[in-house]
Design a protein around this ligand. Structure first.
Ligand code: AMP
Ligand code: TRP
Length: 333
């Protein structure tokens, strides 16, 4: 039986943070044996907002090193850079031609990012069509994403169905796969907003995957909580900070809600909770940090891993583009 194909992407913009790891990367690593996996560093998506060229170059390599360091195994998945497989851009153009602008203007992320701006790039509006191309090019059926990206995967489904209706069955219909635990890690400085790479430079907001033990401990100790002392999951909005800390603990340890709470029954307040949470985070991230540094010191090896990943992706992408062009009526070379 063939394994079902999984595609996901991550942008090389900002430092990879704990939310990216727990909400996305960790799940990819845990399930890599069961699936046919494609994980893409979506550098072209990052360009929808200005990136400093030197910084972008470093971020792309650093993200690649983090993905391998976190445990993605090149024997089990193709990890590659989006711009290394030119078919992503090519398919994007073809899909642009069947995608109504109204579908794109409705996207929540577009509305958020464009509101109040004097001028926005065409790329920002077109972002979900490039994302649909990433997915459809490989006939991926499962697309693991955080809940903020669900709407874009649904749009990819709409584009898929529209193309198949116009030109006949061509692309497999993708499904978003949303992790139910750890779907949202919140900021340590403000537990009401999602932890984000874009704010990872703000003191106390995020833990970066490559932070030192000291940095991790300092950030968690400073995490915003309410003035109570009960350590339990609760729907009370005041409990958001504690929920976030317990949620992180839960995802990393894999314990049930009840077991997580029972660890803290005799705790002496939030100080204790923070130390225990920092400890599990440190234990989880330190081996990754070490492997990350080894890879960054060995750029030839990293390049080799990435070029092998792109090679595997390209062999599928080229075949698919031939089929697509044929269906549309373009003339083969
Ligand atoms: P981004 O940082 O927006 O490129 O996101 C890369 C992946 O990480 C996507 O699947 C996101 O949904 C996921 N992700 C980003 N931030 C968080 C967060 N705070 N909690 C959970 N998942 C996240
Ligand atoms: N837009 C996604 C994000 O910001 C990244 C992404 C690009 C992606 N292409 C994709 C995710 C294809 C899943 C599938 O998180």
């Amino acid at each position: 039986m063939s394994l079902s194909r999984v595609f996901s992407g991550i942008q090389p913009s900002g430092d990879v943070q704990l939310g990216n790891y727990l909400g996305a990367i960790k799940g990819w690593v845990d399930r890599q044996d069961e699936k046919d996996n494609f994980f893409c560093i979506v550098d072209l998506h990052a360009l929808t907002v200005y990136q400093d060229p030197n910084n972008l170059n470093h971020q792309i390599k650093s993200l690649a090193a983090i993905l391998f360091a976190a445990g993605l195994d090149p024997a089990k998945c193709s990890v590659f850079i989006q711009s290394h497989v030119k078919e992503h851009s090519e398919l994007c153009w073809l899909l642009n031609c069947i995608t109504p602008i109204g579908w794109l203007e409705r996207m929540t992320q577009y509305k958020d990012k464009s509101s109040g701006q004097e001028s926005v790039s065409t790329g920002l509006l077109d972002y979900p069509v490039l994302m649909a191309s990433d997915i459809l090019l490989y006939d991926a059926v499962e697309v693991p994403v955080g809940d903020d990206q669900k709407q874009h995967v649904e749009l990819a489904r709409d584009i898929c169905q529209r193309f198949n209706n116009i030109y006949g069955d061509t692309f497999a219909l993708p499904e978003p796969v949303i992790p139910n635990i750890g779907a949202r890690v919140m900021g340590f400085d403000n537990p009401l907003i999602k932890m984000s790479k874009s704010y990872s430079h703000i003191r106390g907001h995020a833990i970066r995957i490559i932070d030192t033990e000291d940095e991790i401990l300092r950030t968690v100790k400073r995490a915003v909580t309410d003035s109570g002392n009960e350590i339990k999951f609760s729907d009370n909005p005041d409990n958001a900070g504690v929920n976030n800390l317990l949620g992180i603990y839960k995802v990393i340890t894999g314990e049930s809600t009840k077991d997580v709470e029972s660890n803290f029954i005799n705790s002496r307040g939030y100080g204790d909770l923070k130390i225990k949470v920092a400890e599990v985070i440190i234990e989880e991230l330190q081996p990754i940090r070490k492997r990350y540094r080894d890879l960054m010191e060995n750029p030839d090896h990293l390049d080799k891993l990435l070029s092998e990943g792109a090679e595997k992706a390209r062999s599928l992408a080229e075949k698919k583009m031939e089929i697509v062009k044929n269906k549309i009526g373009l003339v083969s070379r």
